[in-house]
Design a protein around this ligand. Structure first.
Ligand code: ACO
Length: 363
């Protein structure tokens, strides 16, 4: 075996996948061969879940089931993660190792639907009267139902925005949370454990925590009215510009392009200021990192679109998690098929053999 050391596993190919993998050139992103540009606005997120997991639009996702809400911590992402962690004992999910592919697929579908209805219900407010299930059932698509559960009578343009966002954020190859879901799946743990663990990985600011920070930057530019100065000052403080740069892309993220166009089409109120900040950020990053192309990533335009749909900053990561249940589920199933435990190695660079008495604190 090669002794190559690749910090952060950059460029390491550890899997073969039929689901999706972004290319560095960043011209497009395809889910099982279909360009996301052809999906947004034509099919719903529920169908995309089916495309990713089943390689077809049917049978799709099952109806939502009642689930007892756990303790409310005030952080919907944390609550969703713990609600998923409780699913196995509550719904009798068994380890992936002990069930067949069809059962894994069905458990993932039930858990994904639960995650969406849980997030919508939590966003609606634990203390407000629930939107009647009969009203929720009137929704044509899963995103329709999600928005009705959350808002009661959602603005159709907001539903369209969330559907576009969910589709664009549904899958993105071997990112940190998807890798996490596959690692957990490879141990044979249950489907809900895979999704719950993936949400933990998604929560970090360098992954799924970026849109609300990008929104914060856009609001900052709106207040100060000088994008270039804002960007320069942030970089001088050694801050990262949220929504820029990407581990894979050295070009404009194709998802960002789809969401930017959706923002323009739907008339997002911060579209113009976001364009201005984007231009200033790309120019300044190019000047400071001439050897490294840093462009806009999905989280930047996601922030502008979610702002249009009146999604508060703290809901952005939970929404990302809802969208990504599709990609995670597809990868968990693909991992189950490999039957292989993921277990990389580290090069040991710690102390050599030494006596116990050398260890600080030993008496
Ligand atoms: N703003 C300012 N500087 C940046 C940025 C940024 N957005 N991105 C990278 N850099 C700088 C780093 O500070 C570092 O500089 P240094 O060499 O002087 O220390 C250099 O570029 C390389 O940074 P790495 O972290 O090694 O680059 P990598 O390609 O691994 O990072 C990442 C990718 C984590 C996305 C990074 O670009 C970043 O932090 N972006 C901001 C957060 C963000 O938008 N996250 C969402 C990503 S998309 C998604 O997960 C859906």
């Amino acid at each position: 075996m090669s002794d190559d050391f690749r910090p952060g596993l950059e460029g390491v190919i550890a899997f073969e996948s039929e689901i999706a993998e972004p290319d560095k050139a960043g011209g497009n992103l395809r889910y099982r061969g279909v360009d996301i540009n052809d999906l947004v606005g034509r099919v719903s997120f529920g169908q995309v879940w089916g495309l990713l997991v089943d390689n077809g639009f049917d049978p799709g996702l099952p109806p939502a089931e009642p689930f007892p809400l756990p303790v409310h911590t005030g952080d919907i992402r944390v609550d969703a993660q713990s609600a998923l962690a409780q699913l196995a004992p509550v719904w009798g999910f068994r380890p992936l190792l002990d069930i067949d592919e069809q059962q894994v697929r069905d458990d993932l579908a039930r858990a994904s639907v639960m995650a969406l209805s849980f997030v919508a219900q939590s966003a609606h407010g634990q203390d407000s009267p629930m939107v009647p299930q009969s009203r929720v059932d009137e929704g044509r698509t899963i995103v329709d139902r999600f928005m009705i559960r959350w808002r009661g009578e959602p603005d159709p343009a907001h539903v369209e925005a969330i559907d576009a966002y969910f589709i664009s954020a549904a899958e993105h190859g071997m990112n940190a949370s998807t890798f996490t879901s596959r690692v957990i799946a490879s141990t044979g743990a249950d489907a809900a454990a895979c999704l719950s663990g993936a949400i933990g990985a998604l929560s970090g600011p360098l992954h799924g925590g970026a849109p609300s920070r990008a929104q914060h930057m856009i609001e900052g530019v709106e207040r100060t009215g000088d994008a270039t100065r804002y960007v320069k000052e942030a970089l001088d403080r050694k801050e990262r510009l949220m929504g820029f740069g990407h581990r894979v892309y050295r070009a404009y993220d194709p998802r960002a392009a789809v969401l930017r166009d959706t923002c323009e089409r739907l008339g997002a109120p911060r579209y113009e200021v976001a364009l201005e900040l984007e231009k200033a950020a790309i120019a300044e990053l190019a000047e400071r990192y001439p050897d490294r192309t840093m462009e806009t990533n999905v989280d930047y335009w996601a922030a502008v679109l979610l702002d249009f749909a009146e999604v508060p900053g703290e809901m952005m990561t939970p929404l990302f998690a809802c969208a990504r249940t599709a990609g995670w589920s597809a990868h968990v199933l693909e991992q189950k098929r490999t039957g292989r435990l993921i277990r990389p190695s580290a090069r040991y660079v710690g102390p050599g053999p030494r006596p116990l008495s050398d260890v600080a604190g030993y008496r």
